[in-house]
Design a protein around this ligand. Structure first.
Ligand code: ADP
Length: 395
């Protein structure tokens, strides 16, 4: 038996994809289409360890999906065997709190949610529509980044703004990166050999986008991202938390438009705004060279992360595991060590050798004596999506 599933992650100018056999969880193909909307874009299609690169024009997501099917026809595997398509969808609003089969009506509801996730949902919807045209005979399902956080309690998701305004416009915290937080938190239970619902944990998903979650006996109770994926931690190009008064200040005192403010906070802030680099390999090098801006940027990043961890430990009333995942979390022993050192007052101790050893395996990096287990668990959002899709189609 095999259940190949095509997973699509459509952004505004790119589509990442994988085909995973949901039975043995093998990756059968993967690839990325870049610069959709430009005259000249690229597609890199990897199958059997070989990457096939082509330059093509992708005026829109529809054309990109057509070329994607041509790559599968030419280099395999055959898309005819695909049993379902899973679409990463950033914002499910309050309406979609679990993986959902897509039909016309559902897609219409999703379109109506777009103002809630202006950066992310429109491309995902364009990707869904295009994929349904090129693969009309298989079920398509939407996997929501917000779904894992549908369990947040009202005191965590409610903003202190007028109730009527919030109710009318769906203004509340939603939380994002849920697919990763769900996958990683379950993996932590496996690694520790404990039932998922038997302990409290914190997961730090630190990639270009970054977020942190608190999971109380298997139930997500806090998340750092909010109404949009801009809130919370310092990210590659996103500010994370700022004084909400900053928006009015920038508009009134600096004369910036709402669009300028939005672009500045989403695309020109974070580590990029602080030190001109987003990649932690570059940032670590700059810090090593004594660069002041990069040193401060890293200190701000670490301070914000630590303040969330402290807050979530208090909300959970204690924690048994804190886990680092995604590009920055998985690859930065110095950052992990800096956080662990600040938690030493709670009895946290790292095994420096394990922390410094590069590995793709999930692992505990604290000592056996540590009061809280510290882990590194590589995230795998595509695999989590494949499992979700398989379950949704009842395969
Ligand atoms: P996203 O999925 O949000 O685009 P990733 O989880 O892939 O992001 O994380 C990408 C980031 O991970 C890079 O920008 C970089 O900062 C960091 N990163 C990746 N590899 C390394 C490494 N070897 N050393 C330090 N940082 C790394």
């Amino acid at each position: 038996m095999s259940t190949p599933i095509l997973l699509l992650n459509a952004g505004s100018s790119s589509i990442k994809y994988q085909v995973i056999d949901a039975d043995d969880e093998a990756v059968l193909a993967s690839g990325i289409i870049q610069r959709i909307g430009d005259e000249s874009g690229t597609i890199d299609h990897t199958v059997d360890g070989q990457t096939h690169h082509q330059t093509r024009g992708f005026p829109n997501h529809g054309r990109a999906l057509t070329v994607l099917t041509q790559m599968f026809d030419e280099f395999g595997p055959s898309l005819a065997s695909v049993k379902a398509v899973g679409h990463r969808t950033v914002h499910g609003g309050a309406e979609f709190n679990s993986t959902t089969l897509i039909d016309d009506e559902m897609l219409e509801h999703l379109r109506k949610l777009s103002p809630l996730a202006p950066l992310h949902n429109p491309p995902a919807i364009a990707g869904i529509a295009a994929a349904r045209r090129v693969l009309p005979d298989v079920p398509h399902v939407a996997i929501f980044d917000t779904a894992f956080f549908a369990t947040l309690p009202p005191e965590a998701y409610t903003y202190a703004v007028p109730r009527e305004l919030a109710a009318e416009h769906g203004i509340r915290k939603y939380g994002f990166h849920g697919t990763s937080h769900s996958y990683v938190s379950r993996k932590v239970a496996d690694v520790l050999g404990k039932p998922y619902d038997s302990f409290n944990q914190i997961v730090c998903h630190l990639g270009n986008g970054a977020s942190i979650s608190a999971v109380d006996h298997g139930v997500a109770v806090e998340a750092s991202m909010g109404l949009t994926p801009l809130a919370g931690l310092v990210m590659g190009t996103r500010s994370g938390d700022v004084d909400p008064g900053l928006h009015a200040f920038l508009a009134r005192q600096v004369g910036m438009s709402i669009d300028d403010i939005d672009t500045t906070l989403n695309k020109k802030s974070g580590m990029l705004g602080l030190c001109g680099a987003t990649d932690f390999r570059d940032i670590n090098e700059l810090v090593g060279d004594g660069d002041e801006a990069a040193t401060l940027a890293l200190a701000v990043y670490t301070h914000r992360l630590l303040s969330y961890i402290g807050s979530y430990i208090a909300i959970l009333g204690g924690v048994e595991a804190i886990t680092f995942t995604a590009g920055v979390g998985e690859n930065n022993p110095l950052l992990r060590a800096a956080i662990a050192k600040r938690l030493a007052f709670l009895g946290v101790t790292l095994d420096d050798t394990v922390n410094d050893t590069r590995s793709k395996e999930p692992r505990v990096i604290s000592t056996p004596e540590s009061s809280i287990a510290i882990l590194v668990v590589p995230t795998n959002e595509e695999l989590a999506m494949a499992r979700e899709t398989k379950a949704a189609i009842g395969a």
